[in-house]
Design a protein. Structure first.
Ligand code: PYC
Length: 336
């Protein structure tokens, strides 16, 4: 497969131009272009530049607003609500973030509920800014009903990612961002594009039989990771970022899509916790104990979540991005 090497800033500009050419407003095009470039930069191809295809397709199908301005509401002492008015989540997140941080610092814990957003983006990007200001972060969002609950064979849950971030001062934060399905749907779609089989355990076909054929899983059902444990977490995400915040479950999102094939529509819940508020003068010593935990993991040869992402980031910053020629050409055609 031939590849194209592209500098990070050129990737951002390409993404921005594609989005503007398709009618996204300047703020949305900027936020989306930064996000997909960051995904690619961090070695997360399933949430990288490839996403532009689905982002534009969803707009062409009339399933996302290209220019809605979010509304930010100070709902309660520790609750911010952001209404994305049917646009992608990113502008609503960015505009609500300062108030979320202010509330977390004041109360020790605060929540941001983003409503009525179309969602495609990796959640590490929503917890990393919290860790950068010394806060602990958590984020989750449902998607479309693509995943069968453990013990069942019919799609009901979304891929329902959970991200958690822990601040580490000058060191890169501890961040995990994982689907509660065995893999992100984007990962299966990338295997399908490349004509590759997927690992066993990722999904079942429409007859409920295990398969490694990505198309059969896309037409059948994905599976949760860790059987009933992943299934329980997936249900928790449905409840947290669905009924709790007055937004859709993954089944409702898919019904709303009505066969159009657009990206998921619904809500996202983000929590921010301030160690300084929990611990007062003792904060530094307790944060040091967290470092002892991380060293203990590393001493056994374990990788800290996020480590690979920061290595990939450094490499992309120095050497640029390598994209398959076919994907690069496909993205360029979207500019016209
Ligand atoms: O790849 O899992 C995924 C995904 C979720 C929402 C859109 N894509």
């Amino acid at each position: 497969m031939t590849t194209v090497n592209i500098a990070l800033n050129d990737a951002y500009v390409l993404a921005f131009e594609v989005l503007r050419a398709n009618g996204f407003s300047q703020p949305h095009a900027d936020a989306i272009a930064r996000n997909v470039t960051a995904g690619e930069r961090d070695g997360c191809a399933s949430h990288g530049l490839w996403r532009l295809l689905g982002i534009v397709e969803t707009l062409r199908k009339g399933k996302v607003s290209p220019d809605a301005e979010p509304t930010i509401v100070d709902r309660a002492p520790a609750i911010v609500k952001a209404d994305a008015h049917g646009a992608y989540s990113l502008c609503a997140y960015e505009q609500a973030l300062p108030l979320l941080i202010e509330k977390a610092r004041h109360c020790g814990i605060a929540a941001l509920a983003i409503n009525r957003c179309v969602h495609f983006s990796a959640l590490f990007a929503d917890v990393e800014p919290l860790t950068e200001v010394g806060l602990v972060g958590y984020a989750c969002t449902p998607s479309h009903a693509w995943v069968a609950p453990a013990g069942g064979t019919q799609p009901l849950f979304g891929t329902n990612p959970i991200a958690f971030g822990w601040p580490r001062g000058d060191k890169p934060p501890f961040i995990f961002d994982m689907a509660t399905s065995a893999a992100a749907r984007g990962e299966i779609q990338l295997h399908q594009r490349a004509g590759k089989a997927i690992p066993e355990g990722w999904g079942i076909d429409s007859n409920g039989q295990p398969t490694t054929d990505p198309q059969a899983v896309l037409d059948g059902a994905m599976l949760t990771f860790g059987g009933h444990k992943g299934s329980a977490l997936a249900a928790m995400v449905e409840l947290f970022a669905g009924p709790l915040i007055g937004d859709m479950t993954s089944a409702e999102s898919l019904a709303w899509d009505n066969g159009a094939g657009g990206l998921p529509y619904g809500g996202e819940l983000i929590l921010a916790l301030d160690p300084a508020r929990f611990l007062g003068d003792d904060a530094a010593s307790h944060l040091e104990r967290a470092e002892t935990l991380f060293s203990g993991m590393q001493a056994q040869g374990a990788r800290l979540p996020g480590e690979r992402r920061y290595q990939a980031r450094q490499q992309s910053e120095q050497q640029g991005l390598n994209l398959s020629r076919s994907l690069y050409d496909e993205i360029c055609t979207l500019r016209k």
